[in-house]
Design a protein around this ligand. Structure first.
Ligand code: SF4
Ligand code: SF4
Length: 391
């Protein structure tokens, strides 16, 4: 378990971010073979401008690419499989809007536009022994994981581990949601995937993070930090970043799973930190969580009521709801729905909740934020009583 480096990084200013990246790599003793075939994997979850804070900021990508070019590396490809369809047209539009096309042009690196994938086996997987990976990741010597710090409606946290879900091509992602609708199992699958992809370096863009209904529907929250770790320091890195936004590993199933496998400590205080000694002053105590933040419904009620509450859970759990007046009928929610429970009628999305598995992929993929996460009054009451209990 390697150290985690934290560097205060106030703005998306290229010289400032490049200096932060240089310091991270020095502190972590990062080495790279100049002849390596490198994939830089940002979070490009959807086609949107960097200001929306759903995607890795292009200045961070440019700073990392320029730094590794300075180490002699020339074979560099930017690649991700965003949510929804995985086609050259979708990728090209995404790169344009997220600023990655301009980065690739300025730096003279490749943008992946081929949409092939292949199955890579991972015999040590605890849940999954094989994954379909997009070609550039499957073929890379070195993967650089460039994630954004965000909340996530399903996994609570989106950071280094979760970013690697974008190594799975397009609509195979909803299939994994359907195979593993349970949050704990989904988390185990993500940890298996991260162990297979094994990024050499993970760098977190937390200059501006996303709070609230992430990973796409939340709001910008300035933190002023970049953070990094090499190889299996990834898990400790996510643990520290979770702490920074007020989350413990028990609230983030991926971290609980990683700690259970011995991949990171169970307490962030046990992680070796390097870099700016005052970096943790960037921690945000009131970072807003997603409305869907999952609850153990039985944890807050007297034992005799626990069974009843559990039976009622499907009715109490947060659910997606389309705001018809804002729906533009693009169909992206239906495309991404693993349970195939969304249809379009009169150019408006309709959700049949009886089949919903509460993954919130639809909320994530709606380009106009027309899908809300509705909570019931009793859910809000139980959420409040649990946060009081935790505080
Ligand atoms: S309706 Fe939305 S939350 Fe429900 S299964 Fe489909 S994508 Fe997931
Ligand atoms: S709800 Fe959003 S994603 Fe679904 S069809 Fe309407 S606009 Fe498109």
């Amino acid at each position: 378990m390697g150290p985690v480096s934290l560097i205060k990084t106030e703005r998306y200013d290229l010289p400032q971010v490049q200096e932060a990246v240089r310091r991270h790599l020095d502190l972590l003793h990062f080495r790279i073979d100049p002849a390596a075939k490198v994939v830089v994997k940002p979070n490009l979850i959807m086609r949107c401008r960097p200001e929306r804070t759903a995607t890795t900021n292009p200045v961070v990508a440019e700073a990392v690419i320029r730094t590794i070019q300075g180490l002699g590396v020339s074979d560099i490809t930017i690649a991700d499989s965003p949510g929804g369809l995985y086609t050259p047209q979708v990728l090209a539009a995404n790169y344009e809007q997220t600023g990655m096309k301009a980065v690739a042009e300025r730096c003279g690196v490749k943008l992946n536009l081929s949409c092939g994938s292949r199955v890579v086996r991972y015999e040590e997987g605890q849940l999954c022994r094989a994954f379909d990976l997009i070609d550039p990741v499957a073929d890379a010597d070195v993967v650089i994981n460039l994630c954004k710090l965000k909340t996530h409606c399903m996994t609570t946290l989106s950071c280094g581990i979760k970013n690697l879900f974008g190594c799975i091509p397009g609509l195979l992602k909803p299939q994994l949601h359907y195979r593993f609708p349970d949050g704990q199992q989904f988390a185990r699958m993500l940890v298996d995937l991260s162990l297979l992809v094994k990024p050499s370096l993970t760098l977190v863009d937390a200059v501006d993070a996303m709070e609230g209904d992430g990973p796409t529907g939340g709001s910008r929250r300035h933190i002023g930090l970049t953070a990094a770790a090499v190889e299996d320091g990834l898990y400790s890195l996510d643990l520290v970043m979770a702490h920074l936004i007020g989350l413990g590993p028990e609230q983030v199933p991926m971290l609980a799973d990683a700690a259970g496998r011995g991949l990171c400590p169970s307490r962030w205080e046990e992680v070796a930190l390097v870099g700016d000694s005052d970096a943790l002053s960037c921690a945000v105590a009131d970072f807003a969580m997603p409305a869907s933040k999952t609850l153990d419904f039985t944890g807050n009620v007297p034992r005799p009521l626990a069974g009843l509450i559990r039976r009622l859970e499907p009715r109490l759990a947060p659910r997606p709801q389309v705001r018809e007046k804002d729906c533009i009928g693009c169909g992206r929610c239906a495309e991404s729905c693993p349970a195939k429970t969304i249809s379009l009628r009169n150019r408006k999305a309709k959700i049949d909740l009886s089949n919903c598995i509460h993954c919130f992929c639809c909320h994530e993929m709606c380009p106009v934020k027309a899908i809300d996460i509705k909570t019931t009054r009793i859910f809000r009451f139980l959420s409040k009583s649990r946060s009081r209990g935790n505080s």
